[in-house]
Write a protein that binds this ligand. Sequence first.
Ligand SMILES: Nc1ncnc2c1ncn2[C@@H]1O[C@H](COP(=O)(O)OP(=O)(O)OP(=O)(O)O)[C@@H](O)[C@H]1O
Ligand SMILES: O=C(O)[C@H]1CSC(c2nc3ccc(O)cc3s2)=N1
Ligand SMILES: [Mg+2]
Length: 551
Amino acid sequence: MNPTHPLPTDEKFIISGPPEPANITESCSSLGMFLYKRLLRNGDTTALIDGVYSTELQYLELLEKAIRLAESLRRHANLQAGDVVGIVSENRLEFPVALYAAFFLGAAVAPINLTYTERELNHALNLSKPKVLFVSPYSAERVVKVAGENRNFIERVFLFGDENAFGSNVTLYEQFLATTSTINPHTFPILPTNVDEHVALILCSSGTTGLPKGVQLTQRNVMASVSLLSELEASFEVPVVVLGVIPWFHAFGCLTLINVLSNKLKLVSLPKFEEGLFLSCIENYRCSFVFVVPPLMVFLAKHPLVDSYDLSCVNTLLCGAAPLSRETEELVKRRIGVKHVLQGYGMSETTLATLVQTAECNKPGSVGKLQVGTRAKVIDLETGKPLGPNRPGELCFQGTQIMKGYIGNDKATRETIDQNGWLHTGDIGYYDEDYEFFIIDRLKELIKYKGYQVPPAEIESILLTNVKIKDAGVVGLPDELAGELPLAFVVKQPNVTLTEEEVRQYVAERTSPAKRLHGGVRFVEEIPKNVSGKILRRELRALLKKPHAKL
Ligand SMILES: Nc1ncnc2c1ncn2[C@@H]1O[C@H](COP(=O)(O)OP(=O)(O)OP(=O)(O)O)[C@@H](O)[C@H]1O
Ligand SMILES: O=C(O)[C@H]1CSC(c2nc3ccc(O)cc3s2)=N1
Ligand SMILES: [Mg+2]
């Protein structure tokens, strides 16, 4: 939806997505009521299947358990609207029960990465300060210890599973749920809230460029994001079975979980990515839609194990959270015959994606067009002025998915969202004449070589097209003369011979001089990434200071 009549310069280069449907909150007085109505409407069809144990949860079961848990939390843990509920767990069926119980009480939920160390847990918990915590056995020991050191705000810890080795410090979730044996879901009081101000989620950003920030998403942010998949069910002929392997403690995973459950789709959950489990789950449950991050796309493009499974059921791969090259996309399409690879671009700060491809709009290498209810501008890195088509600059967004702010960090919030409500992403990209967007890389990650700004993601995508290369990460090697020299960390495929000169030559044949590996090549065992699929280039840069250190 872009203006045809001439507008003043600044307005001319503001791009708008489709207008938001008139009533995204469906005139619900709160997110809890919005979600309650959708669970009720979805009836006794299957909502979730645990991909490991095949246990199922129907929509009405999820509703009944969440209401019972909400009543137990209200009555026995004094949980009230505005309190915070922490969840430190892998993807498992109890997770959405705890998530929805909190929403029905008007509490905010802080999902936290269960692989966090004690130090990282302490940082995350002191951002959101949850009153109660739900934790799975995997990280219970660490969490119970850190919770004990923060009793000034953590009052209860509930443990998923059926064994409690922590004594009175912990209550088994199943026992606590049983304290409310039956309840009529229709009588539970889901109170009205100010959906524009009331915080629904406190999400940790991935920590790619520094310590994770506590991103506050309002109830309206979450309701606005539900539109992402709403047309999915209608516009695809195949029955929609979604595979949920993206962690639910991350923005991408958590909001797609809520999206799926709000659109009567069936979700098969996996607690983590394991090569055989991932492939067998797709084959056994005939998953037709799979949310992935680029490392999973590289796995699907290159790993020999993929040939041992029947993946013909996969209709669409929805990829996001980090750069995906068109070469990798094409390799996957050719190899497993998937009909659509739909990229999306988002940030924890923008709830779910602000840019998404659709079945109709999916140019190779693009991340698609503006989401409903979102405006964008690409601004010149020097002047800050909005740029026209095919002019790279910093992406900025406005709209109903833009976060409320960083918890406890007004300064960082003001540095990210300007006084006109524009969120400055720190990402460099451009839009073409059809208003389709392309991401180049992060401003902070560009390599400055003799005045050129070299995007590492571009060199990485070229390296990944080499059959002898399993993975790659590119950073700038500090250099007095040039500033920085592009240097590649390379993981070889098993049992191949590959020399540094071969790698340099391979890149040199495919790039302009500035983008060549002037800093050389380092062979390593793996490229450090976080759970949302982003290369931890700061860890690679740290390696440069320890020459010839192995990862
Ligand atoms: N489709 C995509 N292509 C390229 N980059 C993407 C895409 N989707 C997301 N990203 C990257 O992910 C970032 C958002 O990630 P997230 O909010 O999880 O935390 P982070 O920015 O990686 O970590 P932190 O903010 O803590 O440093 C975006 O700013 C962008 O750099
Ligand atoms: O990188 C991130 O933090 C997350 C925040 S949400 C997000 C994406 N959301 C979608 C949704 C659909 C899709 O096809 C891709 C993405 S990337 N990226
Ligand atoms: Mg970020």
